[in-house]
Design a protein. Structure first.
Length: 225
């Protein structure tokens, strides 16, 4: 199968649980498909289910396995069985642990950093030294059961014009209606969405996926100065 063209703003559809949703993401032009391996999440999938979902992914759709503070046994169990292209760490992993996961799995690692204030933005540089990509997400509220996927946005002005040593992705409360504004304000070349394209938790809406990817494609990306 011919690989698809890579758009200027690359989209990740995260929390996929059904084969039809993987196909909808690919059909719409998404670049990344995210599978969640974190039981508290309504979007969590089993190893067996993830293998089946991965089989639905066409050439050019990069498969990302999301984990939260995984130990080595979990890393081995999941990534020894599920063919993914990248690991996403969405917990409290230190830069040292990110480097360990990268070495153990042999896969590129995307590290999520929750942002609520300038002090959180300052943490990004340490992770950029060890991760292959950074995902900048809204910081979960105190006591939240999930570190991400809460449908919350943060003040995008905090990262306007941000320079990161590795590719980075914007997440947190994005929808088809606001993704264009988010890209224009932050300069993000990659965006991540989960709850913003759902009919119900864990169930994606194909029309919303298509609308989100189309809106990202229309976004006015500010020039790199």
């Amino acid at each position: 199968m011919k690989e698809r063209d890579v758009p200027e703003v690359r989209v990740k559809i995260c929390g996929l649980t059904r084969g039809a949703d993987v196909e909808a993401a690919a059909r719409a032009g998404a670049v990344y498909a995210g599978f969640v391996f974190f039981p508290p999440s309504p979007r969590c999938v089993s190893v067996k289910a993830a293998r089946e979902l991965a089989a639905c992914a066409p050439v050019g759709l990069l498969k990302v396995g999301l984990m939260v503070d995984p130990d080595d046994a979990l890393l081995d169990a999941v990534f020894g069985a599920v063919p993914v292209d990248m690991v996403q760490l969405h917990g409290r992993e230190t830069p040292e642990r990110v480097a360990e996961v990268r070495a153990r799995t042999g896969l590129p690692v995307m590290k999520a950093v929750g942002v609520a204030g300038h002090e959180d933005v300052a943490r990004i540089a340490a992770y950029a030294r060890v991760a292959d990509q950074i995902l900048i997400d809204a910081k979960a509220p105190a006591g939240a059961a999930l570190p991400g996927g809460n449908g919350l946005a943060f003040d995008w002005r905090l990262i306007a014009g941000l320079r990161v040593a590795v590719p980075w992705m914007l997440a947190g409360g994005l929808t088809p209606e606001n993704v264009g504004r988010a890209v224009a304000m932050t300069g993000a070349r990659q965006v991540d969405v989960s709850s913003g394209v759902e009919a119900a938790p864990g169930e994606k809406d194909a029309e919303k996926i298509a609308a989100f990817v189309a809106a990202a494609a229309r976004a006015e990306v500010p020039p790199v100065l």
